[in-house]
Design a protein around this ligand. Structure first.
Ligand code: NAD
Length: 492
């Protein structure tokens, strides 16, 4: 079993408390590593180290091209170690190795994308409506960024923050989930190997209400980039309000997956399955509300039961596995609780609805792929994020009714439309209140395009040029080009 240390100011160290948190493999139940239980003192030290690095010539005087070169090097190291990193992440959160492997290779791409962007962040020359003035706008970093990430995709969701933050010249303190710190502490070692100056990248570990709370309340932190649930998101927003920090919040969802009768039937089935049973539904963008046009509802549900019922469930280390375990005990109990709530509220369970145990499931906490029909959009199962392999099916009769149901939610992270009618696809995409809309596909993401939520699903965007904007601030510089005869007592 490996005992990790935290990386603060270029130095590997234990926590000030001297205490440890166990990392437990969801499938075997084994303790596979221990990480330091960081506290307020560690948070202060990490922010100080990041602040010192931010002001040091070793970082602040690098050209943007040099920053890009460091990011590219880190991308290369991630690619070199992708198999090892994927296995460590899989062993912490129980996600299928096939999915994690693809995600980790993609992590390198995020670093390459923002490496390329670093020296292409141009300011502008602005035509001012006054004579004798030259004005330009330059974009500057914010300072110390704190990145807080959840357990479901720790490396990817950290890269979404770290790569643009560093490309724009900030320094960073990363606080991963207490359940999945090892992959990020491994990433910290690669950052040192890549040659980032000490303190530019710091990775600490510990509980959200301990070191996490200390980090978000630290007055020297300029920006908090948070991915997680809405309770944590609210804490971040409250802390930021007190000290006027900038924030990006990537929160939960209750995404609508809308299938029209004219859709390619098998493609839509595949998309519905991918939407909610991929990653055992432990994904923010889960298509957990499936809206199906009534004329194909029964046939569609029958085929869904057939396909989801045949999913290969088991050890996520096996590349043939399609549905793995639930990552944590509390999440497992929460999912089973929602199954009971749905039944009590009158939904009909047509597949699954139970926990799974037996030799093929190891010591893991497994929930069978579960489908509910007769769901109304006002039921809790249709309104609250479950974060598990639970699908609610709701019929509709018209385009307008589908849109009304899709938008009748507190969330707005993503949605999909399945149709062969291009006009219908665009009409719906324009009217859906969500940050991402997929047409005839589900769960696609890329570093080249923004991702983020409407409504309670978040604030700000990650990815693409918009993602970089979140880590910069504009400065307007005024230069007089002719002798200044301004009246000192009148606003110029
Ligand atoms: P969580 O909110 O419990 O924890 C997320 C992170 O926040 C962890 O590192 C945790 O330690 C930290 N944290 C918790 N309370 C804190 C506090 N008071 N101060 C500072 N930090 C605190 O979420 P989770 O259970 O790890 O992840 C599941 C949630 O993440 C779901 O709601 C899911 O939808 C969301 N999520 C969103 C996206 C997205 O891109 N929108 C992606 C993945 C997951």
């Amino acid at each position: 079993m490996k005992r990790y240390q935290m990386l603060i100011g270029g130095v590997w160290q234990d926590s000030a408390s001297g205490e440890w948190i166990d990392s437990i493999e969801p499938f075997s139940g084994d303790v596979i590593a221990q990480v330091p239980r960081g506290n307020e003192a560690d948070a202060a030290q990490a922010v100080d180290a990041a602040y010192k690095a931010y002001r040091s010539p070793a970082w602040s005087e690098l050209t943007a091209t040099q920053r890009g070169a460091l990011l590219r090097k880190l991308g290369d190291l991630i690619e070199r170690d992708a198999v090892r990193l994927a296995d460590i992440e899989r062993s912490c959160n129980g996600k299928n190795i096939t999915e994690v492997s693809g995600q980790v290779r993609n992590v390198a791409q995020w670093f390459y994308y923002y490496a390329g962007l670093a020296d292409k962040i141009h300011g502008s020359v602005v035509p001012i409506n006054k004579p004798g003035v030259f004005n330009y706008v330059r974009y500057e970093p914010l300072g110390v960024v704190v990145a807080i990430t959840p357990w479901n995709s720790p490396l990817a969701l950290t890269a979404w923050k770290m790569a643009p933050a560093l490309a724009c010249g900030n320094t960073i303190v990363v606080k991963p989930s207490e359940f999945t710190s090892p992959p990020l502490l491994e990433l910290a070692a690669l950052a040192s190997e890549a040659g980032f100056p000490p303190g530019v990248i710091n990775v600490v570990s510990g509980y959200g209400n301990e070191i996490g709370a200390a980090l978000i309340n630290h007055p020297r932190v300029a920006k908090i980039a948070f991915t997680g649930g809405d309770i944590g998101g609210q804490k971040v927003a409250e802390a930021a309000a007190k000290n006027f920090k900038k924030i990006t919040l990537e929160l939960g969802g209750k995404s609508a997956n809308i299938v029209f009768a004219d859709a390619d039937f098998e493609q839509a089935i595949n998309g519905a399955i991918a939407g909610v049973f991929g990653a055992a539904g432990q994904t923010c963008m889960a298509g957990s509300r499936l809206l199906v046009e009534r004329s194909i509802h029964d046939k569609f549900v029958a085929r869904l039961i057939e396909v989801a019922g045949a999913a290969r469930i088991g050890n996520p280390a096996d590349s043939e596995t399609q549905v793995g375990p639930i990552a944590t005990r509390s999440q497992y109990e929460k999912i089973l609780g929602y199954i009971e709530i749905a039944k009590q509220d009158g939904a009909t369970c047509v597949l699954g609805g139970n926990a799974l145990s037996g030799a093929q499931y190891g010591q893991g906490q497994f929930v069978a792929p579960t489908i509910f029909t007769n769901v109304r959009n006002d039921m809790r199962i249709a309104r609250e994020e479950v974060f598990g392999p639970i699908l609610s099916v709701i019929p509709f009769d018209s385009v307008e009714e589908a849109l009304e149901i899709a938008n009748d939610t507190d969330f707005g992270l993503a949605a999909a439309v399945w149709t062969t009618d291009l006009h219908k696809a665009i009409y719906c995409s324009d009217r859906i209140e969500a940050g991402t809309v997929w047409v005839n596909n589900y769960r696609a993401t890329s570093f080249t395009t923004p991702f983020g939520g409407y409504k309670r699903s978040g604030v700000g965007r990650e990815g693409g040029l918009e993602g970089a904007q979140e880590y910069m601030q504009a400065k307007s510089v005024w230069i007089t080009t002719q002798p200044n005869k301004q009246n000192a007592f009148v606003l110029g």
